[in-house]
Ligand binder design. Structure first.
Ligand SMILES: NC(=O)c1ccc[n+]([C@@H]2O[C@H](COP(=O)([O-])OP(=O)(O)OC[C@H]3O[C@@H](n4cnc5c(N)ncnc54)[C@H](OP(=O)(O)O)[C@@H]3O)[C@@H](O)[C@H]2O)c1
Length: 480
């Protein structure tokens, strides 16, 4: 038996350090030998939870199946790991320090199997080195603040060449990107996130992860049955009870306004607002209020919602707004007069791309306008993710690309990172893919058309729409 014993001290409190370390998916962030880790049982972390951790060790590549065998939240966790080469028992103790930080003791008992058992003496030194490195990695993950994000030179080159840039929308981009990522050990306890379109796809995946990180969630959904099922499922999976639903059809401004009224009445400050709800409309549709549906849902709705929620965003101090746009916007310039799609030559994809382009520009404008209020506004696009929305609205694309699409969780990763990572709070007005700021134009022609005049025209147009569609008009239109 080889016993490794290491300790570290960190300034973060035991509840936070426990939340991060006890979720053994994080081993891939702090243990250099672990290159992949996933939870293999449903539900919150408890006795019986299992993880699969793939490690690259000097004796070969091994998959370790860990099982949580004892757990006292905030204090202690024991996991027993089994692999073809060894069994290991990890005991991790979290002790509060007088300064509010945590002293972490890590004891790991390794028992090698078969011929390796006789080599334990020779293996000891290397194992001790790995143990020290892993704990240093854990300290780094819990303590060090990464610098604000910048685009890597290889992705900048890929974007300039357009096609390689597009290839990174697939799951290849996610897998390549994650090799460079810093650990994400943020704890969102006490933070309130509002997420639109949380009943499926990217919104739902983001909601689950934010719940696991401890945030309280208000999920905006339009279907009562789906809302109830989503809240129940997310509570059961995350163990976080602070998840509630608000019903709103966000293509209807009356519903947006009613939602705002309810949120303001509750008075709870909003720390994170994710404008994620979206759909691609084919054929052209008009809402009950007489608005073209893409324009209503993808642009006017997040515009109206976010601006109306400003007091609650300001109240939180350091709020983050995350607008989910789309790589589809790269195909379209900003053309304000075409934002409300007409009947002739209607294409759902074009209408969608134009609105997402305009939401990107709005993101930049809000970032400037609200910097003094301490509100950070960024946009992200998820790449190509295999969600119910993509399958139903782009069946041909879905059939062709299914094998290279990201999972909803991979698509949602940058939403979660923008919401949670300390370094993501230091930048505003940028577009992200895979936790990196990316160009807002792949094509010179779309960039050339985005003149200062056109950007100003967008601001004026949206302000005029808001003025022309005041709350009472929204109500009466919805009632028609
Ligand atoms: N998946 C991708 O590859 C991809 C790529 C680029 C951008 N995006 C963007 O990512 C976001 C999420 O899309 P997704 O792929 O996750 O699609 P999804 O699975 O269809 O999810 C869309 C969500 O928006 C909700 N929603 C749609 N219309 C609504 C309305 N009128 N009022 C309230 N909620 C409404 C849906 O609710 P219901 O369940 O009731 O329909 C659902 O919760 C969208 O903004 C989309 O444009 C996705």
């Amino acid at each position: 038996m080889i016993t490794l014993e290491e300790s570290i001290d960190v300034t973060r409190p035991p509840a936070e350090t426990f939340r991060y370390v006890s979720d053994f998916r994080t081993t891939a962030e702090w243990d250099a030998t672990a290159f992949r880790a996933r939870k293999d049982t449903p539900g919150p972390i408890r006795e019986g939870t299992e993880y699969l951790v793939d490690c690259s060790l000097p004796v070969g590549s091994v998959r370790i199946r860990y099982r949580v065998t004892a757990l006292r939240p905030g204090e202690f966790i024991e996991l027993v790991g089994n692999s073809r080469l060894f069994t290991v028992t990890d005991r991790i103790t979290f002790t509060p320090r007088d300064d509010g930080g945590t002293h972490i003791d890590y004891v790991a008992d390794f028992a090698y199997k078969g011929p390796l058992a006789s080599l334990e003496g020779a293996l000891r030194e290397g194992m001790e080195r790995m143990g020290r490195k892993a704990l240093e990695g854990m300290r780094h993950a819990l303590e060090d603040r990464p610098p604000p994000p910048v685009i890597s030179s290889c992705n900048e080159r890929a974007d300039r060449m357009v096609l390689p840039g597009l290839a990174l929308f697939s799951r290849l981009g996610y897998r390549r990107g994650r090799k460079r990522w810093e650990p994400l050990s943020a704890d969102l306890s006490g933070r309130h996130a509002v997420i639109t379109g949380a009943s499926s796809g990217i919104g739902r995946a983001a909601a689950l992860r934010l719940a696991e990180l401890g945030a309280s969630l208000t999920l905006v959904m339009r279907d009562a049955g789906k809302a109830e099922a989503t809240v129940a499922a997310l509570r059961a999976e995350s163990g976080n009870e602070a998840i509630r639903a608000e019903l709103a059809d966000l293509a209807l401004m009356a519903d947006v306004d009613a939602l705002v009224t309810r949120l303001k009445t509750s008075g709870e400050p909003i720390d994170i607002l994710v404008n994620n709800a979206g759909a691609l409309f084919n054929p052209r549709q008009e809402t009950a209020e007489g608005l073209e549906a893409s324009f209503a849902l993808l642009l006017l709705s997040p515009y109206r919602l976010t601006r109306a929620l400003l007091p609650l965003l300001e109240a939180g101090g350091g709020a983050r707004v995350i607008n989910v746009v789309s790589g589809g916007m790269y195909s379209r310039p900003l053309e304000v007069r075409k934002l409300v799609a007409r009947e002739e030559n209607y294409s759902g994809s074009v209408a969608y791309a134009r609105c997402k382009r305009a939401l990107m520009v709005t993101t930049e404008q809000w970032a400037d306008a609200w910097a003094e209020r301490g509100i950070v506004v960024n946009a992200m696009h998820p790449g190509w993710a295999d969600t119910p929305g993509v399958e139903s609205s782009l069946p041909g694309f879905h059939r062709l690309t299914r094998r290279i699409l990201r999972s909803p969780e991979e698509g949602a990763d940058t939403v979660v990172w923008l919401a949670a990572a300390p370094e993501a709070g230091e930048v505003s007005g940028l577009l992200f893919l895979d936790r990196e700021p990316r160009t807002t134009h792949l094509l010179a022609r779309t960039a050339a058309q985005e003149t200062a005049e056109e950007r100003e025209a967008l601001r004026e147009f949206l302000a005029a729409q808001e003025a022309a569609f005041p709350a009472d008009v929204a109500k009466s239109a919805a009632a028609r």
